[in-house]
Design a protein around this ligand. Structure first.
Ligand code: MG
Ligand code: ZN
Length: 368
């Protein structure tokens, strides 16, 4: 008996020694940059391979997975349910922002990291009160309640926001100008332009609302608003020594898909690639930043087909020319790629539900 106990003790000691000698796990991320291309399916991701003038930024990722996007109510999700799934890790009904199927508020990842002392930001080219960004700070029963969502922004833990939708704050149906309340809620609001990175005070909260409605499309003169706002957000939020969470949405990839407008889509995708490049450049230097890029769903059934055969032409189309086609003006249910870089990126391999993306990020930031 004594010998058995001794053997047990020795093997336990050996087991402990062995685990002490295994190489340490990579540090858990202290910063997460979550990039959502609304409506961005695999053909949209392929844009830089055929329509870009430099190598696609997606070549920089080595950890890639697929997510399935159905909501609790529909096989084909909308951006509210999928935004909520990504932000909170819980499936809900189409139209819901930050609430579950019983319309009860869910904690989102921005609120979770704020409770850990991290700073948070959201950036979009839609109105900032639109479904995708709203999922990261608001809780309402229907996505159409954008003026209520704007109220909730000013009461939220968000430290930096930039996007369209000023009118949801100061040209409201209830005739109130809630931008007048922004200062007492701790926000400095700029309704004109983005300042240079490095010019913002780390202890303050900022909102940038240069347009009454959505930001213009890239094609209609938006310029580099989205990559510039991303760089400004990173420069502001990275002043927080604890860490930060930033969500940036390429909002209008979806709108190009709904419009079945390939040129619009290519412009929005190449713009979103600049955002991804800026995030990866920061993450490579930083070493503790997890970058996750995905979509909420696909839009348009966008496909990179060949040039359509000419009238009277026999046989195959011309396979030397890509002429994109669309299968629908709506969302589709196709699986969506997930790209990850940085500490814990390997956890994003595989095929899983959209809610798992949230669960994986939360597990990593908790060091689980
Ligand atoms: Mg969206
Ligand atoms: Zn859509």
């Amino acid at each position: 008996m004594k010998n058995i106990l001794l053997l047990l003790l020795v093997s336990l000691t050996l087991a402990c020694t062995a685990s002490e000698n295994t190489p340490p796990e990579p540090d858990k991320p202290t910063k997460i940059i979550f990039l959502i291309g609304d409506g961005m399916g695999l053909s949209a991701v392929s844009t830089g391979f055929y329509f870009g003038d430099q190598p696609s930024v997606f070549n920089r990722f080595h950890e890639i997975g697929l997510q399935q996007t159905s909501s609790a109510s529909h096989k084909i999700t909308d951006s509210a349910a999928s935004g909520t799934a990504l932000a909170t890790g819980t499936l809900t009904y189409n139209g819901a922002i930050g609430v579950d199927t019983a319309k009860v508020s869910l904690q989102n990842i921005a609120e979770l990291v704020a409770s850990m002392g991290w700073s948070t930001g959201v950036v979009a080219t839609s109105t900032i009160s639109h479904a995708t960004p709203a999922s990261f700070y608001a809780h309402v029963e229907q996505r159409s309640m954008e003026e209520e969502i704007a109220v909730q922004m000013l009461d939220s833990e968000i430290d930096f926001f930039a996007g369209g939708g000023r009118a949801k704050f100061n040209e409201r149906a209830d005739s109130t100008d809630i931008l007048l309340l922004a200062a007492e809620k701790g926000f400095t609001i700029d309704t004109t332009s983005l300042p240079a990175p490095g010019s913002l005070n780390g202890d303050q909260k900022y909102g940038f609302l240069p347009q009454a409605g959505s930001m213009p499309s890239r094609r209609d003169g938006r310029g580099d608003f989205l990559p510039d706002a991303t760089v400004l957000a990173i420069s502001h939020l990275s002043q927080d020594q604890e860490g930060f969470f930033l969500m940036v949405e390429g909002s209008q990839i979806d709108w190009a898909g709904h419009a079945n407008d390939a040129k619009y889509l290519v412009g929005e995708m190449l713009d979103f690639e600049k955002v991804i490049a800026a995030a990866l450049d920061f993450a490579e230097k930083d070493g503790n930043t997890l970058v996750v890029v995905t979509a909420d769903h696909e839009t348009g059934g966008y496909a990179l087909g060949p040039e359509v055969p000419k009238e009277g032409q026999e046989g195959y189309s011309d396979y030397t020319v890509i002429e994109p086609v669309f299968a629908t003006g709506q969302h589709t249910a196709t699986l969506i790629p997930v790209f990850a870089f940085g500490p814990g990126a390997e956890n994003f391999k595989g095929i899983y539900k959209n809610t798992e993306i949230n669960h994986k990020m939360v597990a990593l930031l908790k060091g689980e």
